[in-house]
Ligand binder design. Sequence first.
Ligand SMILES: Nc1nc2c(c(=O)[nH]1)N[C@H]1C(S)=C(S)[C@@H](COP(=O)(O)O)O[C@H]1N2
Ligand SMILES: [Mo]
Length: 433
Amino acid sequence: MRDDPRLPSSPGFWRSPLRGPWFTSVLGLVLLVGVTVLFVTGLVSYAAYNPGLSRVNDTTPDKGLLGFYLFAWPTGPVWLYRFTQGLHVTLGITLIPVLLAKLWSVVPRLFALPPARSLAHALERVSLLLLVGGGLFEFTTGVLNVQLDYVFPGSFYPLHFYGAWVFFAAFLAHAALKAPKAVRTVRRRMRDEGEPCEDGGESAGAGRVDDGGLVEGGLVSPDPGPPTVSRRGALWLVGGGSLALFVTTVGQSLGGPLRRTALLAPHGGSDPGSGPNAFQINKTAAYAGVRAKDTGEEVWRLVVVGPAGTRRLSRAELLRLPQYSSSLPIACVEGWSTADQWWRGVRLRDLAALAGFDGEPPDLFVESLQRHGAFRRGALRANQVADPRSLLALRVNGEDLSPDHGYPARIIVPAAPGVLCTKWVARLTFGDL
Ligand SMILES: Nc1nc2c(c(=O)[nH]1)N[C@H]1C(S)=C(S)[C@@H](COP(=O)(O)O)O[C@H]1N2
Ligand SMILES: [Mo]
């Protein structure tokens, strides 16, 4: 059966002359760097949500063990989350062609028979399944979350988080086994130079014994078809695909006219209208079910709860408190972000003092007018409340907040993910969460 070229388990079935150690190694080394950056920026993004703070921020069960690294997310530099998450999403999208080409280059190995020749070989194949499955899962869930606007309400974080650990564990094992050889392969090619089309003496057909002493599934076709493109040409194609994705995505993290280049970013490039409130809107007031009759001067009150009791403040009363300005961006987990906007309102730490915390401010639980939806509430850490740039914003860029930007009041905190910048705030509870 191994030798029937009509079956994918036979090396003769795979005829592309492109497959070979050089092609696979180059793609593998790009992914080694790229996936490591994705993993680190992903873990960092999870930390930025303050998942240890409150069940409102995160309900990932048993994250304790995998959350060992969590830390208090800092409030500076103000563009911190804008940078880490922009990098995470843009790089992830850019790497899609590389991932697909890499999988294509090794696909004969996935079909190789017998499924396991030894315990070590069986373990290697299981780890490969976790690697391929985990990789496809992470890229797919990431892209779906960005493109389809939270298709996994509430459950994206645990899925993407656990998936990341499985994927990265298999990835590390794989990299430890393969990276040295990949580096040697690429180095040798660079030394020998010339068009890396022929694999010559190194040709690894079925049954070749490689460095590790294992019989290799074989990357090089024993019966190659005529080439339609050189290996180097194929790499240019992959690189060109990546570049095209990059230039149609990265604009979502930029301000100014370049924003319009974000053709592939569903929330990054759209035109938010004109005037001071003309910057990115993720969810409109109508979408969130916040109606004008709930936000009017006469009806809306901010409820502030703390050891000093419960206070109710009208918007006019809030405007009579000391007003401060902060230039801060909004940066969403989806990767899009805005340039700095000029927010004006009441400092969160002043509101903490009003609630009865004169010294160091405590953690804060924020609730909005919105009745449904995962992001209608959020919890902020004491260090975020204490930062003098953290505001309950009433105005932006010199005007009242528009309804879509959170009128009557919204939270804005430096360096925090957008999801913690709650709009249409109704209630602030300071202290034990
Ligand atoms: N009440 C409420 N506030 C919210 C949200 C929400 O759904 N409801 N979305 C959050 C998310 S996920 C982001 S990224 C920012 C987006 O802010 P913008 O729509 O004003 O640009 O608002 C945050 N504040
Ligand atoms: Mo968001």
